[in-house]
Design a protein around this ligand. Structure first.
Ligand code: 3SL
Length: 237
């Protein structure tokens, strides 16, 4: 039976062998939720890059929208920051445009996971699409939590638990303590996810940056149930 495992931080990735696995990259607040929203709102494809210089270079080379964030704030000189609402603004339609994006943790976590057989982006917004894809692949899955500057993040781990719950009983969710812990956290949080995650450090950080509406948006389960950002060649489509 295929296994579900969870890597709590990109800094721990060296402990895992990604080959032969599906990697699900998660940064609930906010990079993975924003990428799902962008594709759900008609962006054609996404170049997730690690550095701001790369983000600018891709923007110029491909004539695409650019989005960048550092320490929770929009980085200067880019079209957008890392809020999903940037892709929901009728004054700036994004349909048909490509996007290059660089964030503090999320896009870096993705770039570090490319050794996996398949790489997809997961969030609460597209939980159903991720679960369906993973089930269809029938291979071991590693949820890669973006965390915050190498540290554990509650919301990414709770997502890992939600995914593990959806994959039960077809997948082994009991052979990794990380997955067991994530499942327990999900069971605690599920009855009132918003209340539960209000305790998390990144929510406090976002609140202080006046991005609290992003938090509620990113917790909507299956709002983009058909959207599955998947790595192909050099981009997410
Ligand atoms: O670190 C990241 O990748 C971001 O998602 C962080 S923030 O939500 O934009 O602050």
């Amino acid at each position: 039976m295929p296994k579900v495992d969870i890597c709590f931080s990109p800094e721990l990735l060296h402990l895992y062998d990604l080959r032969g696995k599906v990697a699900v990259i998660v940064d609930i607040l906010r990079a993975s939720s924003t990428i799902v929203t962008a594709l759900g709102e008609g962006v054609t494809h996404v170049f997730p890059v690690a550095t701001l210089d790369e983000c600018t270079a891709y923007g110029q080379e491909h004539g695409c929208l650019t989005a960048a964030e550092r320490d929770g704030l929009p980085a200067a000189g880019f079209d957008l920051g890392n809020s999903p609402f940037g892709f929901l603004d009728a004054r700036r339609p994004v349909q048909g445009r490509a996007l290059s994006i660089s964030t503090t943790n999320g896009t870096m976590a993705l770039r570090r996971s490319l050794a996996a057989d398949a790489v997809v982006v997961g969030s609460f917004l597209n939980l159903a699409a991720v679960a369906d894809f993973v089930r269809a692949q029938g291979r071991d899955v590693l949820v890669v939590c973006a965390g915050w500057k190498g540290q554990f993040c509650l919301e990414d781990t709770v997502f890992g638990g939600a995914l593990a719950a959806r994959l039960t009983p077809d997948f082994d969710v009991r052979s990794s303590d990380a997955t067991l812990a994530a499942l327990h956290l999900w069971q605690q949080g599920e009855p009132n996810l918003s209340n539960y995650l209000l305790q998390s450090a990144h929510v406090r950080r976002l609140n202080s940056l006046e991005a609290s509406k992003d938090f509620e948006f990113c917790l909507q389960i299956d709002a983009y149930a058909q959207v599955l950002p998947r790595w192909q060649h050099d981009r997410l489509i």
